[in-house]
Design a protein around this ligand. Structure first.
Ligand SMILES: NCc1[nH]cc(CCC(=O)O)c1CC(=O)O
Length: 302
């Protein structure tokens, strides 16, 4: 194989991530030609409608998967956080790259930290998980919907529409906007979404040549951790319709997984934690999911 074509969304973040994958591939395979195939998805077009109403996060993948099925691209690069817990169709995640900063960022023009926001301050985020966690720590805040790509959200903050917004640290850092992070909202106080900060490359199942080219980018420890996080979320029937948070770390041969289910309206949260061998990430994810349900999470799930 002389050339590999990488499908990507056209947002600045998606293009950065795909350029990063392209550079890593060229480094690993000096004779390989790597080409980007940028495309707009329905998720990018309908940015004025809430994601839940137009069909959820899978929308960001669909067009890229169709491009692979129709032979216009060989692989697709995604933020793993945006990839549904069950892939819909004959696809596989051939590579999961080493995770960058997994945490959320508090971003504000005037305020240094979440705790410094005045009573009743207006915070923009459309993520139900971020809303639930913000409510849990600061029940007084007024939470307002905020969609769009990272630059659009920052522009709305700078225009004075919000006192603060919450974004992923990884996205800001990748775009050279790391200095906009006022406070890192770290675990266990603020648990991220499953796989936040990790980039993945998807290809068609059974496409052995493409798979082999991509597999050299796979990072085993990241794959094990996000596997536990995604298994927990999947077991809870999670999608972006429910605030679910999952964060795993690997220490020697042991994965520790912290999980949370919340209610975006009330800020009520249920937490669970367990650890297990790196060889059984799915089992650990299921175990923490069961623990969350036993502690009352089912009352918060649909
Ligand atoms: N939902 C959009 C999205 N998907 C991935 C990232 C950030 C990068 C990452 O988590 O890898 C973002 C932006 C954000 O949440 O602020």
């Amino acid at each position: 194989m002389q050339k590999i074509r990488l499908a990507t969304r056209e947002s600045a973040l998606a293009l950065w991530q795909t350029e990063h994958v392209a550079a890593r591939l060229r480094e690993a395979h000096p004779d390989l030609e790597v080409e980007l195939v940028p495309m707009t998805t329905r998720g990018d077009q309908a940015i004025d409608q809430p994601l839940v109403e137009i069909g959820g996060k899978g929308l960001f993948l669909k067009e890229l998967e169709v491009a692979m099925l129709e032979g216009r691209a060989d692989a697709a690069v995604h933020s793993l956080k945006d990839v549904p817990m069950e892939l819909d169709g004959p696809f596989e995640l051939a590579a999961i790259l080493e995770r960058a900063d997994p945490f959320d960022a508090f971003v504000s023009v005037k305020y240094e930290a979440l705790e410094e926001l005045p009573f009743g301050a207006k915070v923009g985020t459309s993520s139900l998980r971020r809303q639930a966690l913000l409510r849990a720590h600061r029940p007084d805040l007024v939470l307002v919907d905020l969609r769009g790509n990272v630059n659009t959200r920052l522009a709305k903050l700078d225009a004075g529409d919000y006192d603060a917004i919450v974004l992923a640290c990884a996205g800001l850092q990748r775009l050279g906007l790391g200095e906009r992070i006022r406070e890192r909202l770290t675990a266990p106080r603020f648990i991220p979404a499953a796989a936040q900060g990790a980039v993945t490359v998807e290809c068609k199942q059974g496409d052995a040549e493409v798979h082999a080219l991509l597999a050299v980018l796979d990072h085993g420890p990241t794959r094990a951790c996000v596997r536990a996080e995604r298994a927990m979320t999947r077991t809870l029937g999670g999608s972006c319709h429910v605030p679910i948070a999952a964060y795993a770390t690997l220490n020697k041969e042991k994965i520790s997984l912290e999980g949370l289910v919340g209610d975006a309206k009330t800020g009520q949260t249920v937490r669970g934690y367990a650890s297990g061998p790196v060889s059984e990430p799915d089992k650990l994810g299921e175990q923490v999911a069961d623990m969350l349900v036993a502690r009352g999470a089912d009352a918060l799930l649909p």
